[in-house]
Write a protein that binds this ligand. Sequence first.
Ligand code: SF4
Length: 373
Amino acid sequence: MNFVIEHSELKDIHDKVEAGKRIDEADALRLFESRDINALGAIANAARARKVGNRASYIVNRYINYSNYCILSCQFCSFARKKRDADGFQLTAEEMAEKARQALNLGITELHIVGGLHPSLPFSYYTDMLHALKAIDDRLELKCFTAVEILHLAWLAKKSTRETLAELKEAGLSSLTGGGAEIFDKEVRKRIARGKESAEEYLAVHDEWHRLGGRSTCTMLYGHVESLEDRVDHLRQLREQQDKSGGFTGFVPLPYQPENNDIDVRVPPSGYDQLRTIAVSRIFLDNFDHITAYWVGMGLKLAQVALNYGADDLHGTIVEEHIFHMAGSQTPQAHTEQEMINAIREVGRQPVQRNTFYEVIREVEPDPVSQAA
Ligand code: SF4
């Protein structure tokens, strides 16, 4: 047995996980509270290896925000604008199509599209947008909209969530995004995202989408006013939903960014906190195949380290990001495919390019330099 585990206070949890047993909320809280990050990382890394072997993935994608106008004012949000604000924007379908055409030259397989809850655009704007983007290249996967956007679109369309999702799917929607989960606890939600959909509504939208045969990711925004118990409760609700509908392809923990918003927390989560959150997520979410280290929030260097703490995916090339950068993220706007491959190779993993559903598109050739050595 690993020396680190043998002498760790977490050995009993390690043994439980190794025996294929599910850990409970008390175990997850102990993992969060432990200072034994090496043992925690070793347990998570073994759990990761059982899921994906030696592979670590990335996707070649592009983000597009169609608009940052929003009728809500979530306290943590640095992205949303009102119509009176000089830096508000909204794109036409043609402007989005132009961005998509340019990104196709970079080899993207996915467009990741979200925006605020726009005060006046009609439902047809969204279906026209999907049709226009799909018309450029039918193979392009359109990963669009958070759960609260879906509720907004259903309200616009005067249809049920299910009918709205079915219509969007018909227009070209490939996958829902996981954004907007924040922290599910009601009191925390009131403090950071007053007026936003409840946890039940977030999960119900994903549930409907999964029952239509769709797939989605899910998230947790952590490191602000929530407690460790709130994080565990959040993970529990995601695990229960996955037991029910099974359509989550991956989990993406999002470290809070503290600038330009109304939350009185001015320090982002530390590197230590980010690594333990990835690790506990990997161990607790035993019914999830993939855990993403989101470099936009973590930085590629820490995301790379997270590949040894339970993560098996670095997300994508992105190209243009607004939401985290308007909240103070100091990371670059984009990383090239080669930078992702290099980061994965350096920790001894086999880089694979994935699609929207975390399916392998190609195994990257072995590094000729290290082969020669
Ligand atoms: S988080 Fe989303 S819903 Fe909330 S204000 Fe920002 S854009 Fe609007």
